[in-house]
Design a protein around this ligand. Structure first.
Ligand code: LLP
Length: 450
């Protein structure tokens, strides 16, 4: 299939189904965003199912010429039951990083063998759940974790299927907090130690089955080059392992990290091309070394769900500072989207109830309601907003819900999946009563001590 025939939503800022209706309202998935805000309240996360499907299908299509490939959804981008069910129906496996994500994947009926358990400090309990759920693949991050997995597999009479995560010393051009493949990274086994760690795995082959290697170079990567480098490095590792241990590793997991467009300055490679180029490079790099082609795994998160999401806020108080900046304060902010504060992430926004409204010559900054100066959602836009307007920020489908907090004791927003005019609640708004649910008050503070 040619790339031109496949839509790759990750290069667009807005969901694939975005439209403006005759009232001038923003429409997503055939649903009027103003109506949705009335019905479900604000702040509100919306996810456009068609965009998720397109992105996922584009990724799968990119791998079509590779003999044996699978896309794993990196659940850390947005993990809830409905999205896990959707990803499973689309034929994906899942990358999980905690007992909570693992439990969600299992509850959404992912077969255990399609789940890959990552993380640099999995607990004994987490490893035991992975071993007892069935053949969950464990992506081992260190020598000491390997020893722990072998010990627990022995104790539970299981054979652990594992991959080793390596630190490939390849760094994409991204924020330093979301780079992972560089030398100082906390993740993975350094290349110089790989052979020794493989030797331990092979020596424990009665309880550990080494399936392959994994690397993840970082997140919000926009260029192909680091992926081409990583494939070469991996092929070299597979050749070394074949020479040293006379073993053909069965699987190759190249992680995720493909970026999306948040603003017009972002130009990520289309997901179809990303998957296709990686697959072709694996065929070349492994072919050049006469290596058997491993089962190829890719683990995109952001590029599958990021573009599908928008966040809808209600504008409250508006003020203008003496320098000429107008601040529009909305009813959400860093608790539902910590990314601007954490990574200086930039977003694009519109007024959802008046999309084609006038533009301001002076800068307007959309700020949140939380008690921090860094709680800025979009800096220096040219939107003209009034109190009561709905402000929609785009590309919030990844790492917003999953990183949301209860800062300032606020409940997390609701999330609605939209598709062909239907809007279905997939996450309830967190009620204030729930925020008190785990609070316990010592009797003496209630004046009840004896
Ligand atoms: N595989 C592994 C092993 C990972 O560590 C990650 C992301 C992924 C796959 C998926 O990466 P993606 O395709 O979504 O970029 N909170 C940050 C992103 C941290 C990503 C951590 N690992 C953000 O909001 O930008």
């Amino acid at each position: 299939m040619g790339g031109a025939m496949v839509n790759s939503p990750n290069i667009q800022i807005q969901p694939a189904t975005v439209a403006i209706n005759d009232k001038g309202h923003l429409v997503i998935g055939g649903a009027d965003v103003v109506d949705l805000a009335e019905q479900f309240g604000t702040p509100l996360w919306l996810l456009d199912e068609a965009t998720i499907r397109q992105a996922t299908e584009a990724c799968i299509a990119g791998l079509a010429n590779y003999p044996n490939a699978k896309v794993l959804y990196a659940g850390k981008a947005f993990c809830c039951l409905a999205i896990c069910h959707l990803m499973r129906q689309l034929g994906l496996g899942m990358d999980v990083v905690s007992a909570g994500e693992l439990h969600t994947a299992i509850s959404a009926s992912f077969p255990a063998e399609n789940i890959y358990f990552h993380g640099n400090n999995k607990s004994e309990e987490e490893i035991i759940s992975a071993l007892t759920y069935g053949d969950v693949k464990i992506v081992v991050d260190s020598k000491s974790e390997l020893e722990m997995v072998a010990r627990l597999a022995e104790a539970f009479g299981r054979k652990a299927k594992i991959l080793l995560r390596i630190t490939p010393e390849v760094a994409p051009d991204t924020h330093h907090h979301i780079m992972t493949g560089h030398t100082e990274s906390k993740f993975g086994i350094h290349l110089s130690e790989l052979s020794a760690v493989c030797a331990i795995a092979y020596a424990q082959s009665h309880v550990v089955e080494l399936l392959g290697l994994h690397s993840h170079i970082g997140s919000q990567a926009q260029e192909l080059e680091p992926y081409m480098q990583i494939v070469e490095i991996m092929a070299e590792c597979y050749a070394d392992i074949k020479r040293t241990f006379d073993s053909d590793l069965e699987e190759l997991d190249l992680g995720g990290g493909l970026g999306i467009a948040y603003t017009r300055d972002d130009h990520p490679i289309p997901i179809f091309e990303w998957a296709e180029s990686i697959a072709n490079q694996v065929i070349t790099s492994f072919g050049n070394r006469d290596l058997k082609l491993p089962r190829l795994l890719l683990e995109p998160g952001r590029a599958l769900v990021g573009t599908a999401g928008i966040t809808v806020y209600r504008a409250g108080h508006i003020k203008r500072n003496p320098q000429g900046t107008t601040f529009v304060a909305v009813d959400g902010g860093m608790a539902d989207n910590p990314r601007p504060a954490m990574y200086e992430a930039k977003y694009s926004a519109c007024v959802a109830n008046r999309v084609k409204g006038p533009q301001s010559a002076e800068p307007t900054t959309i700020v949140g309601k939380y008690c921090e100066s860094g709680d800025i959602i979009v800096k220096d836009t040219n939107l003209v907003a009034r109190t009561g307007d709905l402000i929609a920020t785009f590309a919030t489908g990844a790492y917003n819900y999953s990183m949301a907090s209860n800062y300032n004791r606020t409940g997390r927003p609701a999330c609605v999946l939209v598709n062909e005019g239907k809007a279905e609640l997939i996450i309830d708004r967190e009620p204030i009563a729930d925020l008190l649910r785990y609070d316990r008050v010592p009797a003496r503070l209630l004046g009840k001590e004896t």
